[in-house]
Write a protein that binds this ligand. Structure first.
Ligand code: ADP
Ligand code: MG
Length: 527
């Protein structure tokens, strides 16, 4: 019994052990399968890793090779930059030499052209040319607005007019340059521009627009503007006239020559009824310009005592002054017509620059030095007496014998003349008569001065009018004058156009005297 129960227990234990073993066996099988799966997964992972490793390795090799290449390129470019720097230096040196040559050629060219040149600009037909108030006159008005003034080439104006019952009028006029109505402000300025280079070379320059009212004088000088809405350099860039363009070009030229230590001063005057008004200073009422007088100095130069000269450092400051002065011009009490064409506007730019001495200058300066020292004494005395206002024309400093540079002063005068249409006008009375006779007289005085210059007369009647007196230094034989005739193309203004063309033709006859360099020594500059 005991054995039997032991046997049963044994059997039971064996069954249990067997079932446990079976279970373990199954688990071992499962584990083996899992191990196999893991093995194949590891293998896959390993392969992937190997691929990626290969990829990265080849990328690293590429990058390293690329870096080496770039290093080589960098070295190549560095060497090239050094070469370029050297050649730039050479070019710069050559440019300086060429610049000197160009300057000499430019002056030869300007001198060949003579110191008085006359250009003529024909303005386009404008809406007001064809406006006809009364329908009865419409037909007549149409024929009056017919174009009779043409630019046949860039040096010839043809005036051709055939009216029923009149003989055919057909005449040509030659000028240094003729602009057709299609030619832009930029083209006009392109021909004026070389005169600014002359200014920097020390020549006095005058640019004036001549013509009847409405012929485009102010348009040419200032560009589109109205007195209530003055010119601004930023707006209507394309249509800017000579004054804003000259301001821009002058400062551009000065920035190219930083060593000349420039000083630019501006004065603006208006001449109305042969009286001169400083448009940069308000009178006691605070609304109008102040009356001034023009005198001739001991050295024979024209000068306006107490005239305001404002120092400007950029084109924007320059134009701000012009706009300010145009505002005063409008409010002028005696200008009953409020028409700017009844007065002359003169913008004077005084440029003082430092230039190195050369042997020729040395002799000249010796003489001028004494002159200037004399002027200095005078200015100092007047300063002490309280006569020297702020901004009065640059006061000279005594010369230093060790000086290396001298100061040269040149004047640029930009003139918008009064309308020339009144010449020969009859039957007018009152203020118009007074204005007319003053305009007549000053324009006639201008013609007389040009005539006297052309005939090399000993006495040039500059002092016959305030206009010619003020412009004396820049229309005389040693300065460069450009007269821009402005004419209308239509028949309506034929008489005025012919008068302007006649004035221009006579001005052209001024003998081509070689303009001499100003060399107006103001002061020396110590080392
Ligand atoms: P002026 O000063 O001779 O009396 P303006 O310059 O005031 O004449 O010109 C009269 C009008 O004709 C203005 O409205 C101006 O804009 C226009 N004008 C003059 N010349 C031209 C031109 N070349 N192109 C376009 N318009 C012009
Ligand atoms: Mg005008």
């Amino acid at each position: 019994m005991k054995l039997s129960s032991l046997y049963n227990e044994q059997q039971e234990l064996r069954r249990n052990t067997y079932s446990s073993l079976t279970q373990i066996y199954q688990e071992v099988q499962t584990f083996k399968q899992e191990l196999k799966d893991f093995q194949s997964f590891s293998y896959l992972l390993m392969r992937n890793f190997q691929h990626q490793y290969q990829d990265y390795l080849s990328q690293i090799v590429d990058v390293v090779q690329g870096t080496q290449l770039e290093n080589e390129n960098l070295q190549f470019f560095q060497a090239k930059a050094v070469d370029l720097e050297q050649s730039l230096q050479e070019i710069n040196e050559r440019y300086q030499v060429e610049k000197q040559k160009r300057k000499a050629l430019h002056n030869d060219l300007v001198e060949l052209k003579g110191n008085i040149r006359v250009h003529c600009r024909i303005r386009p037909l404008l809406p007001f040319d064809t406006e006809s108030g009364d329908p009865a006159f419409q037909k007549r008005s149409l024929s009056l607005s017919e174009k009779v003034v043409h630019a046949t080439d860039d040096e010839t104006v043809l005036v051709r007019c055939s009216r029923p019952g009149h003989t055919l009028f057909n005449k040509t006029f030659q000028f240094e340059r003729v602009y057709s109505p299609l030619e832009s402000q930029k083209i006009v300025f392109g021909d004026v521009c070389p005169l600014l280079t002359s200014l920097l070379d020390g020549y006095n320059v005058c640019i004036m627009t001549y013509g009847q009212t409405g012929s485009g004088k102010s348009h040419t000088m200032l560009g589109p503007h109205s007195e209530s809405d003055p010119v601004s350099p930023s707006e209507a860039d394309q249509e800017m006239g000579i004054i804003p363009r000259a301001a821009g070009e002058l400062f551009r030229l000065l920035s190219e020559n930083p060593t000349i230590n420039p000083r630019v001063e501006v004065s603006v005057v208006e001449i109305y009824n042969n009286e001169l008004f400083d448009l940069l200073t308000k009178d006691s009422s605070g609304i109008f310009g102040v009356k001034r007088d023009v005198i001739t100095t001991k050295e024979g130069k024209s000068n306006v005592p107490l005239l305001t000269y404002e120092h400007v450092e950029c084109p924007a400051e320059f134009m701000k002054l012009i706009n300010k002065s145009l505002q005063l011009r409008v409010k002028h009490p005696t200008l009953v017509h409020a028409d700017s064409s009844r007065s002359h506007l003169v913008v004077t730019v005084t440029l003082t620059i430092a230039v190195p001495f050369d042997s020729f200058d040395q002799q000249l300066s010796q003489k001028l030095c004494e002159e200037m020292l004399c002027t200095t004494q005078k200015v100092k005395t007047s300063e002490k007496a309280g006569f020297c206002p702020r901004g009065l024309s640059p006061a000279p400093i005594p010369l230093d014998p060790t000086e290396q540079q001298k100061q040269v002063q040149a004047k640029l005068q930009l003139v918008d003349l009064a309308g020339s249409e009144c010449i020969g006008m009859s039957g007018v009375t009152g203020t118009i008569l007074r204005e007319t006779s003053f305009i007549n007289r000053s324009l006639a005085a201008l013609a007389d001065v040009l005539g006297a210059l052309s005939e090399h007369r000993g006495h040039i009647p500059y002092r016959n009018s305030k206009l010619t007196h003020l412009l004396q230094d820049s229309i005389g034989g040693d300065a460069k004058l450009l007269v821009m005739l402005c004419v209308s193309p239509c028949q309506k203004y034929l008489a005025e156009t012919l008068q302007s063309l006649g004035f221009g033709s006579r001005a052209r006859q001024v003998q081509r005297v070689q303009a001499k360099r100003r060399n107006l020594l103001v002061s020396g500059k110590s080392k």
